[in-house]
Design a protein around this ligand. Structure first.
Ligand code: SAM
Length: 488
Protein backbone atom coordinates (compact mmCIF):
# COMPACT_ATOMS: atom_id res chain seq x y z
CA UNK A 1 0.00 0.00 0.00
CA UNK A 2 2.77 2.35 0.99
CA UNK A 3 4.59 1.53 -2.24
CA UNK A 4 1.48 2.16 -4.27
CA UNK A 5 1.05 5.59 -2.61
CA UNK A 6 4.60 6.52 -3.45
CA UNK A 7 4.06 5.46 -7.03
CA UNK A 8 0.92 7.54 -7.37
CA UNK A 9 2.70 10.52 -5.83
CA UNK A 10 5.61 10.02 -8.20
CA UNK A 11 3.33 9.98 -11.23
CA UNK A 12 1.68 13.13 -9.95
CA UNK A 13 4.78 15.24 -9.49
CA UNK A 14 6.34 14.01 -12.70
CA UNK A 15 3.34 14.76 -14.84
CA UNK A 16 3.00 18.14 -13.10
CA UNK A 17 6.65 18.81 -13.83
CA UNK A 18 6.36 17.82 -17.51
CA UNK A 19 3.27 19.99 -17.81
CA UNK A 20 5.13 22.90 -16.24
CA UNK A 21 7.97 22.56 -18.74
CA UNK A 22 5.57 22.39 -21.65
CA UNK A 23 3.53 25.36 -20.44
CA UNK A 24 6.45 27.63 -19.58
CA UNK A 25 9.06 26.59 -22.15
CA UNK A 26 6.89 25.18 -24.90
CA UNK A 27 8.94 21.98 -24.86
CA UNK A 28 7.32 18.56 -24.64
CA UNK A 29 10.00 16.22 -23.35
CA UNK A 30 9.70 12.75 -24.90
CA UNK A 31 9.34 10.08 -22.15
CA UNK A 32 12.49 8.24 -23.20
CA UNK A 33 14.57 11.38 -22.98
CA UNK A 34 12.98 12.32 -19.69
CA UNK A 35 13.85 8.95 -18.14
CA UNK A 36 17.36 8.84 -19.63
CA UNK A 37 18.58 12.33 -18.84
CA UNK A 38 16.22 14.73 -17.08
CA UNK A 39 15.03 12.58 -14.19
CA UNK A 40 18.59 11.49 -13.18
CA UNK A 41 19.67 15.10 -13.42
CA UNK A 42 16.85 16.25 -11.12
CA UNK A 43 17.80 13.55 -8.61
CA UNK A 44 21.42 14.64 -8.61
CA UNK A 45 20.53 18.31 -8.42
CA UNK A 46 18.16 17.86 -5.49
CA UNK A 47 20.88 16.02 -3.53
CA UNK A 48 23.39 18.72 -4.38
CA UNK A 49 21.25 21.45 -2.80
CA UNK A 50 20.14 19.38 0.18
CA UNK A 51 16.49 18.74 -0.78
CA UNK A 52 14.81 15.44 0.02
CA UNK A 53 14.29 14.40 -3.59
CA UNK A 54 13.38 15.42 -7.15
CA UNK A 55 9.67 15.85 -6.29
CA UNK A 56 10.46 18.68 -3.88
CA UNK A 57 12.88 20.23 -6.34
CA UNK A 58 10.31 20.08 -9.15
CA UNK A 59 7.72 21.81 -6.95
CA UNK A 60 10.25 24.49 -5.94
CA UNK A 61 11.07 25.10 -9.60
CA UNK A 62 7.38 25.51 -10.35
CA UNK A 63 7.27 28.47 -7.95
CA UNK A 64 10.21 30.35 -9.51
CA UNK A 65 10.03 33.09 -12.10
CA UNK A 66 11.73 32.33 -15.42
CA UNK A 67 14.44 34.88 -14.53
CA UNK A 68 15.54 32.97 -11.40
CA UNK A 69 19.02 31.39 -11.84
CA UNK A 70 17.68 27.96 -10.89
CA UNK A 71 15.01 28.25 -13.55
CA UNK A 72 17.69 29.17 -16.10
CA UNK A 73 19.60 26.09 -15.00
CA UNK A 74 16.53 24.02 -15.67
CA UNK A 75 16.17 25.61 -19.12
CA UNK A 76 19.76 24.67 -19.92
CA UNK A 77 19.22 21.10 -18.89
CA UNK A 78 16.00 20.79 -20.80
CA UNK A 79 17.26 22.37 -23.98
CA UNK A 80 20.64 20.68 -24.11
CA UNK A 81 19.56 18.04 -26.59
CA UNK A 82 16.38 19.68 -27.81
CA UNK A 83 15.95 19.27 -31.54
CA UNK A 84 13.36 18.45 -34.20
CA UNK A 85 13.09 17.55 -37.87
CA UNK A 86 13.13 20.70 -40.02
CA UNK A 87 13.75 22.83 -36.93
CA UNK A 88 13.58 26.61 -37.56
CA UNK A 89 11.54 26.43 -40.77
CA UNK A 90 12.66 29.83 -42.11
CA UNK A 91 16.29 28.69 -41.94
CA UNK A 92 15.33 25.47 -43.67
CA UNK A 93 13.88 27.57 -46.51
CA UNK A 94 17.12 29.58 -46.75
CA UNK A 95 19.16 26.36 -46.73
CA UNK A 96 16.96 24.88 -49.46
CA UNK A 97 17.57 27.98 -51.62
CA UNK A 98 21.28 27.86 -50.87
CA UNK A 99 21.54 24.16 -51.82
CA UNK A 100 19.73 24.70 -55.12
CA UNK A 101 21.93 27.64 -56.16
CA UNK A 102 25.13 26.04 -54.89
CA UNK A 103 24.53 22.70 -56.57
CA UNK A 104 23.72 24.47 -59.86
CA UNK A 105 27.18 26.05 -59.58
CA UNK A 106 29.32 23.10 -58.46
CA UNK A 107 27.39 20.23 -60.12
CA UNK A 108 28.88 17.48 -57.96
CA UNK A 109 27.68 15.50 -54.93
CA UNK A 110 27.50 17.66 -51.81
CA UNK A 111 28.91 17.01 -48.36
CA UNK A 112 26.97 18.34 -45.36
CA UNK A 113 28.08 18.28 -41.72
CA UNK A 114 25.64 18.66 -38.87
CA UNK A 115 27.89 19.56 -35.91
CA UNK A 116 26.06 19.04 -32.61
CA UNK A 117 23.47 16.82 -34.23
CA UNK A 118 21.89 15.56 -30.99
CA UNK A 119 19.59 12.60 -31.73
CA UNK A 120 19.85 12.98 -35.51
CA UNK A 121 16.81 15.01 -36.54
CA UNK A 122 18.94 17.75 -38.11
CA UNK A 123 21.23 15.59 -40.30
CA UNK A 124 18.25 13.45 -41.36
CA UNK A 125 16.39 16.64 -42.32
CA UNK A 126 19.35 17.61 -44.50
CA UNK A 127 19.28 14.19 -46.19
CA UNK A 128 15.55 14.66 -46.76
CA UNK A 129 16.22 18.06 -48.36
CA UNK A 130 18.86 16.56 -50.67
CA UNK A 131 16.42 13.81 -51.57
CA UNK A 132 13.59 16.28 -52.24
CA UNK A 133 15.84 18.45 -54.43
CA UNK A 134 17.33 15.50 -56.31
CA UNK A 135 20.83 16.52 -55.25
CA UNK A 136 23.41 13.75 -54.76
CA UNK A 137 25.37 13.92 -51.52
CA UNK A 138 25.88 12.68 -47.97
CA UNK A 139 25.48 13.99 -44.47
CA UNK A 140 27.55 13.49 -41.35
CA UNK A 141 26.11 14.05 -37.88
CA UNK A 142 28.48 14.49 -34.92
CA UNK A 143 27.80 15.07 -31.27
CA UNK A 144 29.56 14.98 -27.95
CA UNK A 145 26.85 12.90 -26.37
CA UNK A 146 27.37 9.19 -27.09
CA UNK A 147 23.78 8.28 -26.15
CA UNK A 148 22.46 10.82 -28.63
CA UNK A 149 24.72 9.40 -31.32
CA UNK A 150 23.50 5.85 -30.76
CA UNK A 151 19.85 6.98 -30.74
CA UNK A 152 20.55 8.85 -34.00
CA UNK A 153 22.18 5.83 -35.60
CA UNK A 154 19.14 3.63 -35.06
CA UNK A 155 16.85 6.42 -36.27
CA UNK A 156 13.84 4.47 -35.08
CA UNK A 157 12.41 6.14 -32.00
CA UNK A 158 11.21 9.59 -32.89
CA UNK A 159 8.01 10.74 -31.23
CA UNK A 160 5.32 13.02 -32.67
CA UNK A 161 7.02 16.02 -31.02
CA UNK A 162 10.12 15.46 -33.16
CA UNK A 163 8.16 15.50 -36.41
CA UNK A 164 5.96 18.50 -35.52
CA UNK A 165 7.38 20.62 -38.37
CA UNK A 166 6.86 17.92 -41.02
CA UNK A 167 3.86 18.14 -43.27
CA UNK A 168 1.74 14.95 -43.82
CA UNK A 169 3.47 14.43 -47.16
CA UNK A 170 6.94 14.50 -45.60
CA UNK A 171 5.82 12.12 -42.85
CA UNK A 172 4.44 9.78 -45.47
CA UNK A 173 7.51 9.96 -47.65
CA UNK A 174 10.30 9.78 -45.10
CA UNK A 175 8.99 7.75 -42.15
CA UNK A 176 7.58 4.37 -41.35
CA UNK A 177 5.17 4.35 -38.41
CA UNK A 178 4.75 2.08 -35.45
CA UNK A 179 2.12 2.79 -32.79
CA UNK A 180 4.34 5.19 -30.90
CA UNK A 181 7.29 5.93 -33.12
CA UNK A 182 8.37 7.42 -36.40
CA UNK A 183 11.20 5.48 -38.04
CA UNK A 184 13.39 7.11 -40.68
CA UNK A 185 13.21 5.17 -43.96
CA UNK A 186 16.39 3.49 -45.25
CA UNK A 187 16.50 5.71 -48.33
CA UNK A 188 17.25 8.62 -45.99
CA UNK A 189 19.17 6.70 -43.31
CA UNK A 190 21.62 5.39 -45.92
CA UNK A 191 22.75 8.91 -46.70
CA UNK A 192 23.64 9.79 -43.13
CA UNK A 193 26.58 8.67 -40.99
CA UNK A 194 27.20 9.54 -37.34
CA UNK A 195 30.22 9.80 -35.14
CA UNK A 196 31.00 11.07 -31.67
CA UNK A 197 33.05 14.22 -31.68
CA UNK A 198 33.86 17.10 -29.38
CA UNK A 199 33.69 20.33 -31.31
CA UNK A 200 35.87 22.13 -28.83
CA UNK A 201 38.79 19.77 -28.40
CA UNK A 202 38.77 17.46 -31.44
CA UNK A 203 40.04 18.16 -34.91
CA UNK A 204 37.15 19.15 -37.19
CA UNK A 205 35.45 16.33 -39.07
CA UNK A 206 36.39 16.01 -42.73
CA UNK A 207 34.49 14.59 -45.68
CA UNK A 208 36.14 12.25 -48.21
CA UNK A 209 39.83 12.84 -48.94
CA UNK A 210 40.46 15.95 -50.97
CA UNK A 211 37.01 17.38 -50.23
CA UNK A 212 35.67 20.07 -47.97
CA UNK A 213 32.21 20.58 -46.49
CA UNK A 214 29.74 22.39 -48.70
CA UNK A 215 27.46 23.18 -45.77
CA UNK A 216 28.16 23.03 -42.04
CA UNK A 217 25.26 23.34 -39.64
CA UNK A 218 26.05 24.18 -36.05
CA UNK A 219 22.72 25.28 -34.69
CA UNK A 220 21.78 25.81 -31.06
CA UNK A 221 25.14 24.56 -29.87
CA UNK A 222 26.95 27.85 -29.29
CA UNK A 223 24.52 28.86 -26.57
CA UNK A 224 26.61 26.72 -24.23
CA UNK A 225 30.02 28.05 -25.34
CA UNK A 226 32.01 31.12 -24.28
CA UNK A 227 32.77 33.72 -26.93
CA UNK A 228 36.37 32.61 -27.33
CA UNK A 229 35.31 29.00 -27.83
CA UNK A 230 32.76 30.04 -30.46
CA UNK A 231 35.41 31.96 -32.39
CA UNK A 232 37.79 28.99 -32.21
CA UNK A 233 35.14 26.53 -33.37
CA UNK A 234 34.21 28.81 -36.28
CA UNK A 235 37.88 29.09 -37.20
CA UNK A 236 38.04 25.26 -37.31
CA UNK A 237 35.01 25.27 -39.60
CA UNK A 238 36.69 27.61 -42.06
CA UNK A 239 39.58 25.16 -42.40
CA UNK A 240 37.25 22.46 -43.67
CA UNK A 241 34.67 24.59 -45.50
CA UNK A 242 34.59 24.63 -49.32
CA UNK A 243 35.37 27.99 -50.87
CA UNK A 244 31.79 29.05 -51.55
CA UNK A 245 30.26 26.83 -48.89
CA UNK A 246 28.16 28.06 -45.99
CA UNK A 247 28.00 27.75 -42.23
CA UNK A 248 24.60 27.92 -40.62
CA UNK A 249 24.25 28.74 -36.91
CA UNK A 250 21.05 28.86 -34.89
CA UNK A 251 18.90 31.98 -35.08
CA UNK A 252 19.54 32.55 -31.37
CA UNK A 253 23.28 31.98 -31.54
CA UNK A 254 24.23 35.62 -31.43
CA UNK A 255 27.54 36.19 -33.10
CA UNK A 256 27.26 39.97 -32.90
CA UNK A 257 30.50 41.52 -31.85
CA UNK A 258 32.53 38.39 -32.33
CA UNK A 259 35.50 38.63 -34.59
CA UNK A 260 34.64 35.66 -36.74
CA UNK A 261 36.44 34.47 -39.85
CA UNK A 262 33.24 34.34 -41.91
CA UNK A 263 30.91 36.91 -43.34
CA UNK A 264 27.18 37.13 -42.97
CA UNK A 265 25.34 35.99 -46.06
CA UNK A 266 21.65 35.70 -45.28
CA UNK A 267 19.47 37.60 -42.78
CA UNK A 268 19.48 37.42 -38.98
CA UNK A 269 17.03 34.61 -38.41
CA UNK A 270 18.45 32.59 -41.31
CA UNK A 271 22.00 33.10 -40.07
CA UNK A 272 23.96 31.71 -43.01
CA UNK A 273 27.61 32.70 -43.13
CA UNK A 274 30.11 32.43 -45.95
CA UNK A 275 33.79 32.20 -46.56
CA UNK A 276 35.06 35.09 -48.63
CA UNK A 277 37.45 37.95 -49.28
CA UNK A 278 36.14 39.73 -46.19
CA UNK A 279 37.50 36.86 -44.14
CA UNK A 280 40.89 37.07 -45.80
CA UNK A 281 41.02 40.79 -45.08
CA UNK A 282 40.38 40.20 -41.39
CA UNK A 283 43.06 37.58 -41.11
CA UNK A 284 45.50 39.98 -42.75
CA UNK A 285 44.51 42.73 -40.39
CA UNK A 286 44.98 40.51 -37.39
CA UNK A 287 48.42 39.68 -38.62
CA UNK A 288 49.40 43.38 -38.64
CA UNK A 289 51.75 44.10 -35.78
CA UNK A 290 49.67 46.05 -33.35
CA UNK A 291 51.53 47.14 -30.23
CA UNK A 292 54.27 49.65 -30.49
CA UNK A 293 56.32 48.77 -27.48
CA UNK A 294 54.81 45.34 -27.03
CA UNK A 295 53.87 46.19 -23.47
CA UNK A 296 50.64 48.11 -23.21
CA UNK A 297 48.68 46.85 -26.18
CA UNK A 298 49.91 43.28 -25.81
CA UNK A 299 48.81 43.19 -22.19
CA UNK A 300 45.47 44.73 -22.97
CA UNK A 301 44.45 42.26 -25.62
CA UNK A 302 44.40 39.38 -23.18
CA UNK A 303 42.33 40.96 -20.45
CA UNK A 304 38.73 40.04 -20.02
CA UNK A 305 35.83 42.50 -19.83
CA UNK A 306 32.93 40.46 -18.57
CA UNK A 307 33.03 37.78 -21.20
CA UNK A 308 34.41 40.09 -23.95
CA UNK A 309 38.13 40.56 -24.44
CA UNK A 310 39.73 43.82 -25.47
CA UNK A 311 40.29 42.34 -28.93
CA UNK A 312 36.58 41.48 -29.14
CA UNK A 313 35.88 45.15 -28.51
CA UNK A 314 38.37 46.30 -31.10
CA UNK A 315 36.67 43.80 -33.45
CA UNK A 316 33.42 45.69 -32.86
CA UNK A 317 35.15 48.91 -33.79
CA UNK A 318 36.46 47.40 -36.98
CA UNK A 319 32.95 46.33 -37.83
CA UNK A 320 31.80 49.91 -37.24
CA UNK A 321 29.66 48.80 -34.31
CA UNK A 322 30.69 51.92 -32.42
CA UNK A 323 27.91 52.04 -29.87
CA UNK A 324 28.53 48.47 -28.73
CA UNK A 325 32.28 49.04 -28.75
CA UNK A 326 31.88 52.26 -26.77
CA UNK A 327 29.83 50.54 -24.06
CA UNK A 328 32.33 47.69 -23.88
CA UNK A 329 35.28 50.06 -23.71
CA UNK A 330 33.68 52.33 -21.08
CA UNK A 331 33.34 49.26 -18.88
CA UNK A 332 36.84 48.12 -19.74
CA UNK A 333 38.39 51.49 -18.95
CA UNK A 334 36.49 51.62 -15.66
CA UNK A 335 37.96 48.24 -14.72
CA UNK A 336 41.43 49.06 -16.06
CA UNK A 337 41.90 52.74 -15.21
CA UNK A 338 45.57 52.83 -16.14
CA UNK A 339 45.33 51.21 -19.55
CA UNK A 340 46.49 53.99 -21.86
CA UNK A 341 45.80 52.19 -25.14
CA UNK A 342 42.20 51.46 -24.17
CA UNK A 343 41.73 55.07 -23.04
CA UNK A 344 42.99 56.41 -26.35
CA UNK A 345 40.84 53.94 -28.28
CA UNK A 346 37.75 55.02 -26.35
CA UNK A 347 38.77 58.67 -26.71
CA UNK A 348 38.87 58.16 -30.47
CA UNK A 349 35.26 57.01 -30.49
CA UNK A 350 34.22 60.15 -28.64
CA UNK A 351 36.37 62.22 -30.99
CA UNK A 352 34.57 60.71 -33.98
CA UNK A 353 31.31 61.73 -32.32
CA UNK A 354 32.66 65.30 -31.87
CA UNK A 355 32.50 64.98 -28.07
CA UNK A 356 35.82 66.73 -27.63
CA UNK A 357 35.67 67.30 -23.88
CA UNK A 358 35.10 63.62 -23.05
CA UNK A 359 37.76 62.63 -25.59
CA UNK A 360 40.24 65.09 -24.04
CA UNK A 361 39.54 63.69 -20.58
CA UNK A 362 40.43 60.20 -21.83
CA UNK A 363 43.55 61.30 -23.72
CA UNK A 364 44.78 63.20 -20.68
CA UNK A 365 44.29 60.24 -18.45
CA UNK A 366 46.15 58.11 -21.04
CA UNK A 367 49.04 60.60 -20.81
CA UNK A 368 49.05 60.17 -17.04
CA UNK A 369 48.98 56.37 -17.42
CA UNK A 370 51.81 56.17 -19.93
CA UNK A 371 54.03 59.18 -20.28
CA UNK A 372 55.91 57.72 -23.25
CA UNK A 373 52.97 57.41 -25.62
CA UNK A 374 52.92 59.98 -28.42
CA UNK A 375 49.38 59.21 -29.56
CA UNK A 376 47.34 60.74 -26.74
CA UNK A 377 49.27 64.03 -27.14
CA UNK A 378 48.52 64.00 -30.83
CA UNK A 379 44.81 63.34 -30.31
CA UNK A 380 44.68 66.05 -27.64
CA UNK A 381 46.11 68.31 -30.35
CA UNK A 382 43.37 67.20 -32.75
CA UNK A 383 40.59 67.96 -30.21
CA UNK A 384 42.05 71.30 -29.20
CA UNK A 385 42.50 72.25 -32.84
CA UNK A 386 38.83 71.38 -33.45
CA UNK A 387 37.89 73.55 -30.49
CA UNK A 388 39.86 76.43 -32.01
CA UNK A 389 42.40 76.41 -29.13
CA UNK A 390 45.39 76.72 -31.45
CA UNK A 391 48.06 77.58 -28.89
CA UNK A 392 47.17 74.61 -26.69
CA UNK A 393 46.92 72.35 -29.73
CA UNK A 394 50.42 73.44 -30.75
CA UNK A 395 51.82 72.46 -27.34
CA UNK A 396 50.21 68.99 -27.54
CA UNK A 397 51.40 68.35 -31.09
CA UNK A 398 54.94 69.41 -30.23
CA UNK A 399 54.85 67.06 -27.23
CA UNK A 400 53.75 64.25 -29.47
CA UNK A 401 56.59 64.94 -31.94
CA UNK A 402 59.13 65.11 -29.16
CA UNK A 403 58.09 61.60 -28.08
CA UNK A 404 57.99 60.21 -31.59
CA UNK A 405 59.89 62.24 -34.17
CA UNK A 406 58.51 60.12 -37.02
CA UNK A 407 54.90 60.88 -36.17
CA UNK A 408 54.06 62.67 -39.43
CA UNK A 409 50.36 63.26 -38.67
CA UNK A 410 51.44 65.56 -35.81
CA UNK A 411 53.83 67.44 -38.12
CA UNK A 412 51.12 67.73 -40.75
CA UNK A 413 48.59 69.15 -38.32
CA UNK A 414 51.15 71.45 -36.76
CA UNK A 415 51.95 72.85 -40.18
CA UNK A 416 48.28 73.78 -40.58
CA UNK A 417 48.32 75.62 -37.25
CA UNK A 418 51.46 77.54 -38.26
CA UNK A 419 49.82 78.51 -41.53
CA UNK A 420 46.75 79.76 -39.67
CA UNK A 421 49.08 81.72 -37.37
CA UNK A 422 50.76 83.37 -40.39
CA UNK A 423 54.01 81.54 -39.78
CA UNK A 424 54.70 80.03 -43.23
CA UNK A 425 58.36 79.25 -42.55
CA UNK A 426 57.53 77.07 -39.56
CA UNK A 427 54.71 75.48 -41.58
CA UNK A 428 57.16 74.70 -44.37
CA UNK A 429 59.56 73.07 -41.94
CA UNK A 430 56.86 70.80 -40.53
CA UNK A 431 55.61 69.86 -43.99
CA UNK A 432 59.17 69.03 -45.04
CA UNK A 433 59.48 66.83 -41.98
CA UNK A 434 56.21 65.07 -42.90
CA UNK A 435 57.35 64.71 -46.53
CA UNK A 436 60.63 63.12 -45.48
CA UNK A 437 58.93 60.58 -43.21
CA UNK A 438 56.27 59.80 -45.79
CA UNK A 439 58.93 59.11 -48.42
CA UNK A 440 60.87 56.75 -46.17
CA UNK A 441 59.28 53.34 -45.54
CA UNK A 442 55.98 54.49 -47.02
CA UNK A 443 55.45 56.73 -44.03
CA UNK A 444 55.28 53.89 -41.57
CA UNK A 445 55.04 55.24 -38.05
CA UNK A 446 55.12 53.01 -35.06
CA UNK A 447 51.64 54.02 -33.96
CA UNK A 448 49.54 51.48 -32.16
CA UNK A 449 46.75 49.98 -34.15
CA UNK A 450 43.61 51.96 -33.35
CA UNK A 451 45.53 55.25 -33.62
CA UNK A 452 46.93 54.25 -37.00
CA UNK A 453 43.43 53.31 -38.04
CA UNK A 454 41.90 56.65 -37.19
CA UNK A 455 44.79 58.60 -38.71
CA UNK A 456 44.34 56.68 -41.91
CA UNK A 457 40.61 57.24 -41.97
CA UNK A 458 41.14 60.97 -41.37
CA UNK A 459 43.91 61.53 -43.91
CA UNK A 460 43.77 58.61 -46.33
CA UNK A 461 46.68 56.42 -47.37
CA UNK A 462 50.24 57.73 -46.89
CA UNK A 463 50.67 58.21 -50.66
CA UNK A 464 47.59 60.45 -50.75
CA UNK A 465 48.91 62.44 -47.81
CA UNK A 466 52.30 62.75 -49.51
CA UNK A 467 50.62 64.33 -52.54
CA UNK A 468 48.72 66.75 -50.32
CA UNK A 469 51.90 67.63 -48.40
CA UNK A 470 53.74 68.35 -51.64
CA UNK A 471 50.92 70.53 -52.94
CA UNK A 472 50.87 72.53 -49.76
CA UNK A 473 54.65 72.82 -49.78
CA UNK A 474 54.71 74.07 -53.34
CA UNK A 475 51.96 76.60 -52.53
CA UNK A 476 53.95 77.88 -49.55
CA UNK A 477 57.21 78.04 -51.54
CA UNK A 478 55.56 79.88 -54.41
CA UNK A 479 54.09 82.35 -51.97
CA UNK A 480 57.50 82.85 -50.32
CA UNK A 481 59.30 83.35 -53.68
CA UNK A 482 56.63 85.87 -54.73
CA UNK A 483 57.29 87.78 -51.53
CA UNK A 484 61.05 87.60 -52.11
CA UNK A 485 60.89 89.04 -55.68
CA UNK A 486 58.39 91.77 -54.84
CA UNK A 487 60.38 95.06 -54.88
CA UNK A 488 60.22 96.96 -51.64
C1 SAM B 1 20.28 21.89 -28.50
S1 SAM B 1 21.10 20.57 -29.30
C2 SAM B 1 21.04 21.11 -30.97
C3 SAM B 1 20.71 20.02 -31.93
C4 SAM B 1 20.56 20.46 -33.36
N1 SAM B 1 21.77 21.08 -33.85
C5 SAM B 1 19.39 21.41 -33.53
O1 SAM B 1 19.60 22.62 -33.63
O2 SAM B 1 18.27 20.97 -33.53
C6 SAM B 1 22.78 20.90 -28.85
C7 SAM B 1 23.70 19.71 -29.05
O3 SAM B 1 25.02 20.16 -28.95
C8 SAM B 1 25.78 19.10 -28.41
N2 SAM B 1 27.03 19.62 -27.89
C9 SAM B 1 27.23 20.43 -26.80
N3 SAM B 1 28.53 20.67 -26.65
C10 SAM B 1 29.17 20.00 -27.65
C11 SAM B 1 30.54 19.85 -28.02
N4 SAM B 1 31.51 20.44 -27.30
N5 SAM B 1 30.84 19.11 -29.09
C12 SAM B 1 29.87 18.52 -29.81
N6 SAM B 1 28.57 18.61 -29.52
C13 SAM B 1 28.22 19.35 -28.45
C14 SAM B 1 24.87 18.57 -27.31
O4 SAM B 1 25.24 17.25 -26.93
C15 SAM B 1 23.52 18.65 -27.99
O5 SAM B 1 23.18 17.43 -28.58
Amino acid sequence: MREKDTDTQSVDWESEFLELVERRLGIAIPPRRYRATIRPYLEQWSLEIGLDGPATLARELGRLTTKHPNFSRLVNVITIGETAFFRHPSQIQAIRAFLVAYYAKVKRPLAIWSAGSSTGEEPYSMAMLLHELGIPGDVLGTDLNAESISAAQTGDSYGSWSVRNCGPQEVEEYFERTNENFIVKPVIRNRVAFQRQNLVSDEPARPAIGRKWDLILCRNVFIYFSKNVIVNVLAKFTRVLAQHGAVCVGPNDLLIGLKIPLSKGVGDREALYFHQSHATKRVGREATPVPRNGSTAGRTSDLIVGSATYSDIVGLLEDNLHTLAKDGLEEYVRLNPSDAVAQVTLGNIWLKEHSYERALQLYRSAIRSDRKLAEPHYFCGVCLRKQGKLAEAEVSLRASLSLSARFWPAAYLLAGIFERNQNPLAAEMELERAEKILMEDDGKTDLFHSAAHIVQSAHGLPETVLLAVRQRLSGLRKHRSNLEVTPT
